[in-house]
Design a protein around this ligand. Structure first.
Ligand SMILES: Cc1cc2nc3c(=O)[nH]c(=O)nc-3n(C[C@H](O)[C@H](O)[C@H](O)COP(=O)(O)O)c2cc1C
Length: 397
């Protein structure tokens, strides 16, 4: 019998028997012969496996929303391709019998340098939405950044969290509401504020436009309740529209200063690519920056984040932590990002695929797979601690 990769995976995981496999959506190329092993369920072996599983489990609309990028998706692909181009330069005969992956970050002691990036609308991919995500992150011990556009309130998420939470802020044109939102997030126990600065307007998200993407009835951006009708449910994307009622196109460094004056927790800027902006961020006294192109979802044809990272890290020069997200799918990607100056990394789509495939447990497993791959990469490259990971672990290009 010949089976496709997804069928093999579904059968290996026993998902079909558990009624979890979901419909197959498109014909797939034939793969090599496989036979389904019996016995206890082995875990999925890679983050890519979770994507395949999720594609069969979640609606086409949800999958396209998560997977898609802006424009021709050149940046989306480049985020991955740039990691793939980097080669490693291992050292042998190093004692790697003990690995230390702990990292301190803005007052937190994290067991490993992998966080979950803020992503919107988790109820689109799983009925338990962000509550399942928090449970999954908590079980894995990973810090989670709550999105302003969550479909569960930050208070409800914090009530079930045993992992550290940060809050991602889309500054709202209504500044009074923005101030309240920051205070609500702090009161709920969020330990840092990530202000997203790469999205003054919408990106050209053609996949969503073609599907006339909108949140299904009953789902809303609950953290923005009180902002009027526009904040509740998404407006359908159209070809002409660039402004959004829930993004502030007038945001400047002045508002960053204002936010610093009112926030009681450290403030990071999310969406820095240009080293000049990184220098300005350090001068502005922010607590950290996240090198991000929003997973290729806003301005297409900007470079891969891993290519921008060393330039930003050089500007920060160790004065503030630099984090990075975009295209991180392997433990070797985490190693490469740290070598290029990141204190920690964030993942977006992979944990949403985990959530869509297996709920809270899927989120936990995605983190665990990436964490063990990172540990393997550390050991196999002869870098047993985070400080021992520097640019010398990269093969000169
Ligand atoms: C479905 C989806 C929703 C997202 N929602 C938000 C959001 O609400 N706020 C935000 O700052 N970034 C958002 N992002 C961007 C992520 O925080 C992160 O930058 C990106 O996903 C990292 O790339 P990766 O998906 O390749 O790991 C979203 C990304 C995805 C895929």
């Amino acid at each position: 019998m010949r089976t496709s990769r997804r069928e093999a995976l579904v059968s290996t995981l026993g998902l079909a028997a558990a009624g979890l496999a979901g419909p197959r959506r498109s014909p797939e190329p034939e793969g090599p012969p496989t036979s389904a092993p019996s016995g206890p369920l082995p875990p999925p072996v890679s983050l890519g496996d979770f994507e395949s599983l999720a594609q069969g489990r979640i609606s086409h609309l949800a999958f396209e929303y998560v997977a898609g990028g802006a424009g021709d998706e050149i940046t989306l692909r480049e985020n991955r391709a740039a990691f793939d181009r980097i080669r490693l330069r291992p050292r042998v005969l190093v004692d790697v019998s003990r690995l230390d992956t702990r990292v301190s970050l803005l007052g937190l002691e994290l067991p490993f340098p992998i966080l979950l990036a803020p992503t919107a609308y988790h109820r689109l991919v799983h009925e338990e939405g962000e509550l399942a995500t928090v449970r999954g992150a908590s079980a894995a011990g990973a810090a989670l950044v709550v999105s302003s556009f969550a479909t569960t309130s930050v208070e409800e998420m914090s009530a079930v969290a045993t992992c550290p939470l940060w809050f991602q802020l889309y500054v709202q044109p209504d500044r009074g509401f923005t101030r309240e939102l920051v205070h609500r997030a702090e009161q709920a126990g969020c330990r840092a504020l990530c202000v997203t600065v790469d999205s003054p307007v919408l990106g050209a998200r053609n996949r969503e436009q073609r599907l006339r993407f909108a949140l299904p009835p009953g789902m809303e951006r609950v953290n923005l309740r009180g902002l009027g009708k526009a904040a509740g449910a998404t407006e359908r994307p159209s070809e002409q529209k660039i402004y959004s009622a829930v993004l502030d196109p007038s945001l400047t460094w002045r508002e960053i200063e204002w936010l610093q004056s009112l926030a009681r927790v450290p403030l990071l800027l999310k969406g820095i690519l240009n080293p000049d902006d990184a220098r300005r961020a350090v001068e502005a006294g922010v607590a950290g920056v996240i090198v991000s192109n929003h997973g290729g979802r806003v301005l297409d044809t900007v470079p891969a984040t891993v290519d921008a990272l060393p330039l930003v890290a050089d500007q920060a020069a160790g004065r503030i932590p630099v984090l990075v997200d975009g295209g991180i799918r392997r433990g070797t990607d985490v190693l490469k990002a740290l070598a290029l100056g990141a204190r920690a990394v964030l993942i977006g789509r992979p944990y949403l695929y985990g959530l869509g495939a297996l709920g809270a447990e899927g989120v936990t497993r995605v983190v665990n797979v990436l964490k063990s791959e990172f540990e393997m990469a550390m050991a196999l490259s002869g870098r047993p601690t985070l400080p021992s990971i520097d640019r010398s672990v990269l093969w000169p290009s």
